[in-house]
Write a protein that binds this ligand. Structure first.
Ligand SMILES: C[S@@+](CC[C@H](N)C(=O)[O-])C[C@H]1O[C@@H](n2cnc3c(N)ncnc32)[C@H](O)[C@@H]1O
Length: 153
């Protein structure tokens, strides 16, 4: 490994109606339809050229308000404990979040998006176009598929 610590500067932050984690939908069947903005630093605006052609984006961000980390987590969608890397827990060794959002429009360095699950002011590390080439029949959903089946019974 070349470096054992990594330092990054956020490219911007999320503008969201959520001020508290209790306001964000959680658990099985939670829908993320909330709209907000990804606000980039103005000098980075040239990096958004041609982004309007993509319907969805990956947003890579920092859980800046999570405390500590744990190698196991019991997600709100299950009653069982799982290894943190098999979950989307905010309390992880590197507090990095990943959200797929729908791009609605662009206003200069601001992207209006739907599907945010981040608190207002969350730092953004990167944005990339969402491209999925994995056929549905090759995808496995692990413990989540079991939890969903149990909830349907
Ligand atoms: C389960 S995580 C999933 C986030 C992302 N979709 C992912 O998979 O990495 C979503 C939860 O993170 C918490 N959260 C959102 N923004 C946060 C922030 N800036 N700092 C700490 N926790 C945050 C909220 O409790 C929210 O319900």
């Amino acid at each position: 490994m070349k470096a054992d610590t990594v330092s990054m500067q956020p490219i911007g932050c999320v503008r969201s109606p959520y001020r508290d984690t209790s306001q964000i939908p959680k658990g099985l069947g939670a829908k993320h339809e909330t709209e907000g903005f990804l606000e980039l630093r103005p000098e980075l605006e040239p990096g958004l050229a041609d982004i309007e052609g993509f319907s969805h984006l990956y947003v890579i961000w920092v859980f800046d308000r999570s405390e500590g980390s744990s190698l196991v987590a019991t997600p709100p969608s299950d009653t069982r404990q799982h290894g943190v890397f098999a979950t989307r827990s905010p309390r992880r060794p590197n507090p990095i979040g990943l959200t797929v959002v729908e791009l609605l429009s662009r206003e200069g360095p601001r992207l209006r998006v739907r599907g945010i699950d981040m608190l207002d002011g969350t730092p953004i590390l990167d944005i990339k176009p969402y491209l999925s080439s994995i056929p549905e029949d090759r995808l496995r959903r692990g413990w989540l598929a079991e939890a969903e089946a149990k909830a349907r019974r």
